[in-house]
Design a protein around this ligand. Structure first.
Ligand code: PLP
Length: 464
C-alpha cells in the first residue's frame, strides 16, 4: 500500500507510517520501534546530520565507518551526476570504462608494495568473499588444491554473505545460517585489556603469543590445507583492538613460512581512518591482498574491492585461466567517479595530515572519560576508538548478559542518540562504545563527543 506524498517528499508522519509498514532495517530488532518512531536522517552537512524533525547530531561514527570527508560535499555528488550523464552503467565483465581504469591506477599508486591489481566489488562482504575465492582458485591453479581454509580472529566481523560470514568470528550472528562454507578457523584477537594472565603486563609478549597462535593453528590444521589469514589492521568488533608492536611482522613471517596468504581486511581501516591510505602502511606490513569498501567513496556511492599482488595475478595473466567470479554493479562508473572525486578531497584538504595531527588530541580528550567509574579502557588509533564499559574498574569485571541488555539496548544507544551523538554501543564482545568520526573533525568535535558521553555515561552508572 502506498503512502500519500507531499511536495518535496513525504511528511514526517507519512514517513513513520511507511517505515513501520514497509521498511526492514538491517541488524535491527524491529520490535524496538513498535511503539516509537524510527529515527529518520534526512540530510548531512560536514560532521553533522539532521533528522526529519530538524534535530542535529554529531556523526561520531561516519554513518557506519564510511563518511570520511563528511556530509554534503557538492563536488563529489556532482562528479557522480556528471558520470551518470556520460555513462551511467557498463559492466566490468569483458569491458572496461575510463573511471574504473583511472581509479585502479590511482589505488595501485597509493597501495603498499606490489598490490597493483584492483578487482572491484560493491561492498565489503563481496570484497572478503572475493578474496577468499581468489585465494582458493589461485592455489588450485598453481597445483595446491588442498588449500581452502581461512584463519580469522575471535569476535572479528568480516561481513554477512555466506562466505564472509564463515570468516567472521561472531558465533551468535552465524548460528542461524549454519552450516556455513567449510574452512573457517578462529585464532585469538589482540584485546590486550583482556589478555591472558601470563601476558597481561607485557604487550610485546602478548603480541608474540597472539601471532604464535596463528602459527599453531596453521600447524594444527595442516599448512597444506590453509589458504589465507584474514586480519583487520585494527580489529573493529569487540571495540578497536590495535596490533601489539611487532605482531604483524611476525604474522607476515609465519604466512611466508607456510605459504599462506595474508589478507588485510581494510574495509574500515583504509582511506584515512588510521591516518594513512591503508592501515597496513601505518603498521608497516605487506599484505598479499587488501580488501576495502566504505571510505573509498565516503559513501557518496557504494563501492568495494580487493587489491592483489602481481604474484597472485600471474596465473591469471596468461593462457586460458580466468578468475571465475564477478558481480553486475562492481566498479560502477558512478561509484568510480565518486571515489576519484573523494580522493581529490583527501589530497586537497590533506585529510591524512589532519588525522595524524589531531589523533593524540582525540585520544587525550576521550581518555578524560577515564575518571568515570564505568569506563574501563579507551583504545584505538587514528580516528578510531573504542571505550570499554565495565562494572568494576579495579577487577575489570564486565556486565552480565542481562545487565548488558538493559544498559546498551535499554538505555545507552537511545540516550546517546537523544543527546545528539551518533556512535555505536556494541556488545558483540564486552560492551563498548565506538567512535569513528569524519576525518575533518577537530578539537571542537572531540570536546562535543566527550561532553555528551560524559553526561550519558554518568547517568548510565546510576542505572546499573
Ligand atoms: C572489516 C570488515 N569487513 C567486511 C565488512 C562488510 O562490509 P559490507 O557491510 O560493506 O558488506 C565490514 C563491515 O563493516 C567490516 O568492518
Amino acid at each position: 500500500m502506498s503512502t500519500p506524498r507531499q511536495a518535496g517528499g513525504m511528511s514526517n508522519e507519512a514517513l513513520q507510517v511507511a517505515a513501520h509498514r514497509n521498511l526492514w532495517l538491517h541488524f535491527t530488532r524491529m520490535s524496538s520501534y513498535s511503539a516509537g518512531d524510527v529515527p529518520v536522517i534526512v540530510r548531512g552537512s560536514g560532521q553533522y546530520v539532521f533528522d526529519s524533525r530538524g534535530k542535529r547530531y554529531l556523526d561520531g561514527l561516519s554513518g557506519l565507518f564510511v563518511s570520511q570527508i563528511g556530509h554534503g560535499r557538492a563536488e563529489v555528488a556532482q562528479a557522480g551526476a556528471r558520470q551518470a550523464t556520460e555513462l551511467a552503467y557498463f559492466p566490468l565483465w569483458s569491458y572496461a570504462h575510463p573511471r574504473a581504469i583511472e581509479l585502479a591506477e590511482r589505488l595501485a599508486a597509493l597501495a603498499p608494495g606490489d598490490l597493483n591489481r584492483v578487482f572491484f566489488t560493491t561492498s565489503g562482504s563481496e570484497a572478503v568473499e572475493s578474496a577468499w575465492k581468489l585465494a582458493k582458485q589461485y592455489f588450485a591453479t598453481v597445483g595446491q588444491h588442498g588449500r581452502y581454509k581461512v584463519l580469522s580472529r575471535e569476535i572479528a566481523y568480516h561481513g554477512t554473505s555466506m562466505g564472509a560470514l564463515a570468516v567472521t568470528g561472531l558465533p551468535p550472528i552465524k548460528a542461524p545460517f549454519e552450516p556455513l562454507p567449510a574452512g573457517g578457523v578462529r585464532v585469538p584477537n589482540t584485546n590486550f585489556y583482556r589478555a591472558p594472565e601470563f601476558a597481561a603486563h607485557d604487550v610485546e609478549a602478548f603480541g608474540r603469543w597472539a601471532a604464535g597462535e596463528i602459527e599453531r593453528a596453521i600447524v594444527r590444521e595442516g599448512p597444506e590445507s590453509v589458504a589465507a589469514v584474514f586480519l583487520e589492521p585494527v580489529q573493529n568488533s569487540g571495540g578497536c583492538f590495535p596490533p601489539p608492536p611487532g605482531y604483524f611482522q611476525r604474522v607476515r613471517e609465519i604466512c611466508d613460512r607456510y605459504g599462506v596468504l595474508l589478507v588485510s581486511d581494510e574495509v574500515i581501516c583504509a582511506f584515512g581512518r588510521l591516518g594513512y591510505y591503508f592501515g597496513s602502511q601505518r603498521y608497516r606490513y605487506q599484505p598479499d591482498i587488501i580488501t576495502f569498501a566504505k571510505g573509498v567513496t565516503s559513501g557518496y556511492a557504494p563501492l568495494g574491492g580487493m587489491m592483489v599482488s602481481d604474484r597472485l595475478m600471474e596465473p591469471f595473466a596468461s593462457g586460458p585461466t580466468t578468475f571465475l567470479h564477478g558481480v553486475t554493479f562492481a566498479g560502477h562508473p558512478v561509484s568510480a567517479a565518486v571515489a576519484l572525486a573523494n580522493l581529490d578531497v583527501f589530497e586537497a584538504e590533506d585529510l591524512l595530515g589532519n588525522v595524524r595531527a589531531n589523533e593524540d588530541a582525540f585520544r587525550g580528550t576521550l581518555e578524560k572519560l577515564g575518571d568515570l567509574p564505568i569506563v574501563g579502557d579507551v583504545r584505538g588509533d587514528g580516528y578510531f576508538y573504542g571505550i570499554e564499559l565495565v562494572k568494576d574498574k579495579a577487577t575489570r569485571e564486565t556486565f552480565s548478559d542481562d545487565e548488558s541488555e538493559r544498559l546498551l539496548r535499554g538505555f545507552l544507544s537511545q540516550a546517546l542518540f537523544d543527546a545528539g551523538l551518533i556512535c555505536r554501543a556494541d556488545d558483540r564482545g564486552d560492551p563498548v562504545i565506538q567512535l569513528a568520526p569524519p576525518l575533518t573533525c577537530t578539537q571542537e568535535h572531540f570536546d562535543e563527543m566527550e561532553q555528551i558521553l560524559r553526561g550519558v555515561l554518568t547517568e548510565a552508572w546510576t542505572r546499573i
